[in-house]
Design a protein around this ligand. Structure first.
Ligand code: BDR
Ligand code: CA
Length: 312
C-alpha cells in the first residue's frame, strides 16, 4: 500500500483525484493539505472537508499557504472551477469549518510514516516548499517519494504561452522544490493534456454507481474546456488524477531523467520549466528528476474506470 500525503487545491480535478485515491485499493490517503490555487485557501480547505464528508473519510486536513512566496496576490481560477472551486457548489452552506490542524504539526505525521510516505502534489508548491525550507533534512530522510502534477515541457502552457498553472503561480516555490528535493516524479501538462476522459464514461459510472455529484463536477470542467477549444473535444483532461495514476501505474508512462530548470522571475517567462538536455560531462550539480513525456491513454482510461468501479 502507498501511504499518501496530498497537497492540493480543490478544484475540480483535485476533487476527482481525491475520489480516485480514496477508491484505489492500494492507496491510503493519510493527510491532505489544502491551499490556494484554483480557489482561495479557505474554499479549498472547506471543499476538502466537504469531500471527506461525502466520501466518509477521516484523515487530518491542514490549511496550507494563503498565497505565493513571490508576494503576489493569489489569483483563483473561478472561471474554470466555479465560484467556490467545486463547480456550482458552495460548500459554505454545507460545512462547518472546524479549527484547522496546525500546519506545522504535519511534521509529526511525516515522522510517523518515516520511510514509507509518498507525497503527491496537485496544486501550487508553496506549502511543500515551506516544509523543504524549514525541515530540509527531515523531508529528504523521511519522505520516500514525491510525485508532482506540475510544469509544461516543450509544449504551450495553460496560463501563459509557456507556463503551467501549478508552477506559474508560485515559481519561487516550484524552483525551491525542484532545485532541492531528491528525485521527483513530474507529471507535466504535456501528458495530462493528452489523456481525455470521455463524458460517456463518466455517465456510465454515474448510472452504475450513482456518482451524481462527481458527474456534475466533471461536466462543469468539460464545459469549460469545450468552450475554450475550437476542435470537437473527445473528453476532458483530469490533470490531477494523472499524478495518482502515474504513482500506481508507472508502466503506462514514458519517463526521462532530466535536470530541470524553473524560470522564477522572467517578465514574460516566469513559471517556465525546461530540461537540460545537453550531453555534458560536467553538468551543474543538482538533483535530477523523472519527467513523464508520454502516456498510454487506453491503459489510463481503463485503470481510471476500474478504480472508480471499486466504490465501496
Ligand atoms: C493544474 O492547475 C490546476 O488548475 C489544476 O487543478 C491542475 O492541478 C493544471 O495546470
Ligand atoms: Ca490542482
Amino acid at each position: 500500500k502507498k501511504h499518501v500525503l496530498l497537497f492540493c487545491d480543490p478544484g475540480i480535478d483535485d476533487a476527482v483525484a481525491i475520489y480516485y485515491a480514496h477508491y484505489h485499493p492500494d492507496i491510503e490517503l493519510v493527510g491532505i493539505v489544502a491551499e490556494y490555487g484554483n480557489t482561495t485557501t479557505e474554499n479549498a480547505y472547506r471543499n476538502t472537508l466537504y469531500l471527506q464528508e461525502v466520501l466518509g473519510m477521516h484523515i487530518p486536513v491542514y490549511r496550507g499557504a494563503k498565497g505565493p512566496m513571490t508576494g503576489r496576490e493569489a489569483k483563483p481560477h473561478h472561471d474554470i472551477h466555479g465560484p467556490y472551486g467545486l463547480g456550482t457548489i458552495n460548500t459554505k452552506e454545507n460545512v462547518d469549518v472546524e479549527v484547522p490542524e496546525n500546519f506545522f504539526d504535519i511534521i509529526d505525521l511525516i515522522r510517523a510514516y518515516s520511510g514509507r510516505l509518498t507525497i503527491v502534489t496537485t496544486g501550487r508548491l508553496t506549502s511543500l516548499a515551506t516544509l523543504c525550507l524549514y525541515y530540509h533534512d527531515l523531508m529528504c530522510e523521511k519522505v520516500k517519494e514525491i510525485v508532482c502534477m506540475a510544469g509544461a515541457f516543450f509544449v504551450p502552457g495553460n496560463v501563459t504561452p509557456l507556463a503551467e498553472a501549478n508552477v506559474f503561480e508560485d515559481p519561487v516555490a516550484a524552483k525551491l522544490v525542484i532545485d532541492h528535493a531528491p528525485m521527483l516524479t513530474i507529471i507535466p501538462l504535456n501528458v495530462t493534456d493528452q489523456l481525455l476522459v470521455p463524458m460517456s464514461m463518466i455517465r456510465e459510472l454515474e448510472e452504475e454507481y450513482g456518482y451524481e455529484f462527481l458527474t456534475a463536477l466533471i461536466q462543469y470542467y468539460y464545459d469549460f474546456y469545450e468552450a475554450a477549444t475550437i476542435d470537437q473535444l473527445l473528453g476532458t483532461p483530469l490533470h490531477d488524477v494523472v499524478a495518482f495514476s502515474a504513482l500506481m501505474n508507472p508502466e503506462f508512462f514514458t519517463f526521462v531523467t532530466y535536470r530541470v530548470y524553473v524560470e522564477a522571475q522572467g517578465t514574460e517567462t516566469a513559471g517556465v520549466t525546461f530540461p537540460d538536455v545537453r550531453v555534458l560531462e560536467d553538468l551543474p550539480e543538482a538533483p535530477t528528476h523523472l519527467v513523464a513525456i508520454q502516456a498510454n491513454e487506453a491503459a489510463f482510461l481503463a485503470d481510471f474506470k476500474r478504480v472508480m468501479e471499486g466504490k465501496r
